[in-house]
Write a protein that binds this ligand. Structure first.
Ligand SMILES: [Zn+2]
Ligand SMILES: [Zn+2]
Length: 371
């Protein structure tokens, strides 16, 4: 989107009233103990932006943070989680001229230090100064305060203008979509005409299905265990869906691919039993991309992977400026986010929101919190 579009989009918001000093924010006081309290509104540093949060998505990573199992989070009693937020620019650090007050923005969670080997090549989700804010690294809602609050700050490099045709619900999922796109980028990117299996029709898997179709993939085959999510996968363009509770996924994938297996297998499920299937469902000379995190070690016959000359890739989060690509696909209508938002909670009800996520009560896909 051009600068002119952005200016034209929000002309009325130039005179935003002054930001208050205090805000409501969720704070983690201990494992499983989240409360909404008054907190000072953060002040943006020279290259940071203050955003009035419109909504913040919840995800599996939040459950780990919530339970106290995530490394490098700030101390209990002060830390505000939330890494999938979107909103409206409220104030700018003095070096920031890329945005103006009133712009609607979406984010990516990670902003690297910008000075280590990995940041220099765009791999800022693997920043060598990860968790060190003094060196400029910030992973919002993970290593610094995030978006389960009325206001949040972020580095200007991690913000993207939200095209006018997109809603904040779309924006929450754009952050998520960057994960699948970065993975495809790492795995070589060129998927046109290829048969691709996506394990796990959660938000990452569902955005990846859409991205694959937009990038010209051949058959996209989505494997899951819940009918409602598989129905969404089909709605988002999956050519085939396989419910692994009803059908043997290995047999189905082989029969759909002429007995050869998929050119590319994308693992978004994080289910410990899935890697054992990789050698059987991947074509000789094909690729495997793992973007999911697992709760513990998994079993994989690596020898079989080598014998079939399969390349194995992993990636973490949404690096490589891929959120910008996600914004572009969403703006073209090729990445539909809002349809995945199934539940909405007020900030005061954040504990209940997390209960719903954890217990999968009411079959949620994306649960958002509105401050
Ligand atoms: Zn997340
Ligand atoms: Zn770095």
């Amino acid at each position: 989107m051009s600068q002119t579009d952005r200016v034209a989009m929000t002309p009325e918001t130039q005179d935003t009233p002054d930001t208050p000093d205090s805000m409501r924010a969720a704070v983690l006081f201990g494992p499983g103990d989240i409360r909404v309290v008054d907190k000072p509104v953060p002040v943006p540093g020279p290259d940071e932006v203050l955003v009035r949060v419109a909504m913040c998505g919840t995800c599996g990573t939040d459950l780990k943070i919530f339970d106290g199992h995530f490394p490098q989070t700030p101390p209990f009693g002060a830390f505000t989680p939330g890494h999938e937020w979107t909103g409206t620019v409220a104030a700018l650090g003095r070096q920031v001229d890329e945005f103006k007050v009133g712009d609607r923005v979406c984010i990516e969670a990670h902003s690297g230090c910008g000075r280590c080997d990995n940041c220099l090549v765009g791999r800022y989700t693997a920043c060598l100064n990860y968790g060190n804010p003094a060196k400029g690294h910030r992973a919002t809602g993970m290593t610094v305060d995030g978006g389960f609050a009325q206001y949040a700050v972020h580095h200007v490099s991690a913000l993207y203008p939200l095209p006018s045709q997109l809603t904040f619900e779309d924006a929450v999922l754009i952050t998520t979509a960057g994960t699948g796109l970065y993975g495809l980028d790492v795995a070589g990117g060129y998927v046109a005409g290829q048969d691709v299996v996506v394990f796990g029709p959660g938000p990452v898997g569902l955005t990846t299905v859409q991205a694959l179709k937009a990038l010209g993939a051949g058959q996209v085959i989505c494997v899951g265990t819940r009918t409602s999510r598989l129905d969404l996968a089909r709605r988002f363009g999956a050519d085939h869906v396989i419910n692994a509770r009803e059908t043997d996924p290995v047999e189905s994938i082989l029969s759909l691919t002429g007995g050869e297996g998929a050119d590319l297998v994308v693992e978004c499920s994080g289910s410990v039993g899935i890697p054992a299937l990789f050698p059987q469902v991947t074509k000789r000379g094909g690729k495997i991309l793992v973007v999911a995190f697992y709760p513990g070690p998994v079993t994989l016959d690596l020898g079989a992977i080598v014998r079939k000359d399969i390349s194995l890739f992993t990636s973490r989060g949404e690096g490589g400026n891929n959120v910008k690509r996600a914004v572009a696909l969403a703006a073209q209508g090729k990445l539909r986010g809002a349809e995945m938002v199934t539940h909405r909670f007020a900030l005061d009800d954040i504990a209940e929101a997390f209960r719903v996520v954890r217990e999968r009560d009411g079959d949620p896909v994306k649960v958002v919190v509105v401050p």
